[in-house]
Design a protein around this ligand. Structure first.
Ligand code: EPZ
Length: 429
């Protein structure tokens, strides 16, 4: 298993290209199941999760083509992927594949809408919490589907097609919004989603579906209206830039000091976290190339954050912000409201000498003057990258184990930060 070795102490200076968003690319790829024509996606990140979802789609009968590399092309620019679901040969999404990645459960929406039935394995729990699927099931039932759970599989049927309806989510869910929105594009009549997720990835999916011929209004607000159509066609779409990757590197620069342009990052998708970073002492400016993050000399101030659905502070940046606060002047309170168990980085950050007290959903972080390098490991993607951020300022050597978590969601992380002066290398093994 690969490891990452970091020797802390270097400021980051230079340019970091921001990849296409993993959390947009995954539902966009799933949307290819809705049409028998080709969906071409540009700026798809090279990530383990993208590869896994490709396997799942191929299993349903999707043809997959990757564009060839052109001479002189930077390896850090995203790839162009074409997906064609001319015919769906298998409507079962098996346990062996779905259990590896929760987002693959979302195929249930397009498969049901297009094929009138499917069997999709329940995703099960995962490291960050129980993550149930009740909102998906009740949403699909609101569109007229018959839903059964049998031997660990959701069996969904709508032999005469789905019909539009009102879906009022009792809780904001990104995945349920993606899934029901996709299903409703092919339902008869109008669907109204209330309390829908407003995340930029939902907006990106709606844009792509619209290019495919769907009729959607209100994506990015909490009420989305979808007028079903008979069929969708192929389209070409560019995946939105990864706000979580950009926010992660912004926090890394705030931590190490330095001056970095996050090329291609979109400040309006990251307004909340950037405000917090300004508050703690980073200088943030928008440039025509992206977002510039600087911190000179002075230390980091403490700030409190609470995770919330978009446009609030994202849960996917909570671990990274906690790493930053371990070096703050003063005490910060970090409250996690989205997932009940997303604090696995706390005990690993303690290995660097961080002082963190956990009480239910609230972590109190007392900033310390120095962190010291340590061997660490984490059990999810964002927790792992928080350890990299701590390692970048820790004295001496840090070894981050189980790098496959990072490879699920950060494209060529060590290359991107070593180009900016970090002492970091991958140790294969
Ligand atoms: C998406 O997960 C992201 N994943 C997550 O990113 C992100 O943390 C999360 O949204 C919140 O922003 C992808 O986009 C692939 P939810 P998702 O449904 O859709 C509860 C990362 O690190 N809930 O919005 O699975 C759920 O348990 C990942 O990139 C129900 O109760 O998250 C949670 O408490 C991790 N019933 C809350 O809603 C349901 O049926 C929000 O989860 C569905 C969800």
């Amino acid at each position: 298993m690969d490891k990452i070795r970091i020797v802390g102490g270097n400021a980051l200076t230079g340019t970091i290209p921001i990849s296409g968003a993993k959390n947009a690319a995954l539902p966009l790829m799933i949307a290819s199941l809705l049409t028998d024509e080709t969906l071409t996606l540009e700026n798809v990140p090279r990530l383990a999760d993208v590869n896994l979802l490709t396997r799942i789609l191929v299993n349903h009968g999707v043809d997959y083509a990757l564009n060839g590399k052109r001479a002189g092309e930077d390896l850090l620019t995203g790839q162009t992927v074409s997906l064609t679901a001319r015919s769906i040969t298998d409507t079962t999404a098996p346990y062996e594949l779905v259990s590896k990645m929760r987002a693959s459960f979302w195929v249930i929406g397009p498969l049901l809408a297009r094929m009138g039935g499917c069997r999709v394995s329940l995703p099960g729990g995962c490291a960050i919490g129980t993550r149930p699927v009740d909102l998906f099931l009740s949403g699909l039932a609101d569109l007229g589907a018959d839903i059964d759970v049998d031997a660990g599989y959701v069996v969904a049927k709508a032999p005469n097609g789905l019909k539009g309806g009102r879906v009022a989510f009792p809780k904001v869910s990104v995945g349920a919004t993606h899934t029901i929105m996709m299903a409703a594009t092919l339902a008869r009549g109008e669907t109204v989603l209330e309390n829908a997720a407003r995340e930029p990835e939902v907006v990106d999916l709606a844009r792509c579906l619209t290019a495919m011929g769907a009729r959607i209004e209100g994506a990015g607000t909490s009420t989305i209206r979808i007028e079903g159509v008979d069929r969708l066609r192929g389209a070409r779409h560019r995946v939105v830039s990864d706000r979580i990757e950009a926010g992660t590197y912004a926090m890394a620069v705030a931590m190490t000091g330095g001056d970095v342009v996050l090329e291609g990052a979109e400040a309006d998708l990251l307004a909340g976290p950037l405000d917090v970073l300004r508050q703690v002492g980073a200088e943030i400016t928008e440039t025509n190339r992206g977002i510039r993050v600087k911190r000179n000399g002075h230390g980091i101030n403490a700030a409190d954050v609470e995770t919330q659905p978009f446009p609030g502070f994202p849960t996917d940046l909570q671990a990274q912000f906690m790493a930053l606060m371990t070096r703050a002047k003063g005490t910060s309170r970090i409250t996690e409201t989205i997932f009940e168990n997303r604090f696995m980085h706390v005990q690993e950050l303690a290995r660097f000498g961080a002082r963190i007290h956990l009480d239910g959903q609230v972590a109190t972080v007392e900033g310390v003057e120095r962190l010291t390098g340590a061997p660490v490991m984490a059990t999810d993607l964002r927790a792992s990258v928080s350890l990299v951020i701590a390692g970048l300022v820790a004295e001496g050597e840090t070894i981050v184990n189980r790098v496959y978590h990072l490879d699920r969601g950060f494209e060529r992380l060590e290359e991107k930060i070593s180009r900016c002066g970090a002492q970091v290398e991958r140790i294969s093994g």
